[in-house]
Ligand binder design. Structure first.
Ligand SMILES: C[S@@+](CC[C@H](N)C(=O)[O-])C[C@H]1O[C@@H](n2cnc3c(N)ncnc32)[C@H](O)[C@@H]1O
Length: 334
């Protein structure tokens, strides 16, 4: 890992005890609760990162292409909205940066325009931050950047200790949709409280649309979403010494057009016991019992506007893709 990276808690291939203990604690709490659940933030080990890349390239998974359309074709408008009249050096922080494929268009534009800024990608996956460290130095020479490996808000606090420059926080890919509406609003509230007046947030929201289009994105023909979900069981096997028989679980996605909640479950295909050998624990699954894996919430523009107003943000601009399926909301802290 190069010197650009700050690591407070590691997961992926480089473990420290805190991260492994937290993973164990969260898995055990989730699998002993009723109904059973697993936290989707643990999808992203090195294999999960690759499967997410594959998912982004599959025909049915439209959110990436929609947001890419905005970042590729409206880069100047995006840049103008976050720079405003302020020519001062600023920190561009990205929560859950992944491969930064979309944000790279903005980074390149800002560099080409000679705008002064530092890019601080945050990700819970150590693998993601290692890859960014290697790749950004090559693809965007001259970019000031510093990778932060850890949880969103812990790393946001860390970023605040690194400089007192104005902050612009990117939260792309409809990551905000991995929370139900009330939780997403609480998240925006916490984000607002972590920032100062004049700071900004740019948040990608996936919009409600034809329910069949939405459901297909989480039920792709090549079974990548299924593999992505099942990989978390394999990760628990590898990292916590469990013995999940992965083939004894199936993937079940649903979408409710009334609430806008698209949810993924794993269904136990047999009555079975799973042991976490490293911890001397076992968990019983009834046949047809489900594990709640992830929500991908879809929003209306009205919901997004009231979320901004309720959490102390002022709307600067909403940018939409050509199909009006996705929006990047640009908000300023009042
Ligand atoms: C769905 S991917 C999106 C990646 C990228 N933002 C995009 O739009 O393509 C989510 C990313 O957020 C990271 N992530 C998920 N939960 C996180 C958390 N609580 N703290 C920090 N990073 C997190 C994952 O490791 C993953 O790289």
């Amino acid at each position: 890992m190069d010197t650009n990276t700050v690591t407070l808690s590691l997961n992926g291939s480089n473990h420290n005890h805190t991260a492994v203990n937290q993973f164990h604690e969260d898995v055990l709490r989730g699998l002993t609760s009723t109904p059973k659940r697993l936290d989707s933030k643990y999808f992203y080990d090195a294999i999960g990162d690759q499967l997410f890349q594959d998912l982004m390239n599959c025909a049915e998974y439209y959110p990436t292409n929609c947001e890419l359309d905005i970042f590729k074709n409206q880069t100047a408008a995006l840049a103008k909205s976050i720079i405003g009249n302020d020519q001062d050096d600023f920190d561009l922080i990205e929560l859950g940066a992944g491969d930064a494929m979309k944000s790279s268009y903005l980074l390149k534009y800002l560099l080409d325009e000679g705008i002064k800024f530092t890019y601080l990608p945050i990700d819970i996956s150590a693998h993601v931050i290692e890859e960014l460290d290697t790749n950004l130095a090559k693809t965007l020479p001259g970019l000031n950047f510093r990778g932060l490996n850890g949880e969103y808000f812990e790393m946001l606090q860390k970023a605040a200790t690194l400089s007192n420059k104005r902050k612009v926080v990117l939260f792309l890919g409809s990551n905000i949709g991995n929370m139900p509406v009330a939780e997403a609003e609480a998240f925006c509230h916490e984000l607002r409280n972590s920032l100062s007046p004049g700071d900004m947030a740019l948040i990608g929201f996936d919009l409600k649309k034809n329910p069949k289009t939405i459901l297909a994105a989480y039920n792709d023909g090549d079974g990548i979403t299924k593999k992505f979900n099942l990989n978390l069981l394999s990760r628990i096997n590898k990292e916590l010494g469990a013995d999940f028989k992965v083939e004894q679980f199936d993937h079940y996605p649903t979408y409710d057009p009334e609430t806008g909640a698209c949810k993924s479950y794993l269904i136990s295909l047999a009555d079975q016991k799973v042991h976490l050998a490293d911890y001397n624990e076992s968990i019983h699954f009834q046949k047809d019992e489900y594990i709640y894996m992830e929500i991908s919430q879809k929003f209306t523009t009205e919901q997004i506007k009231s979320m901004a107003a309720n959490t102390g943000f002022q709307t600067v601009k909403y940018l939409f893709d050509a199909k009006n399926w996705f929006t990047d909301a640009i908000w300023r802290v009042q």
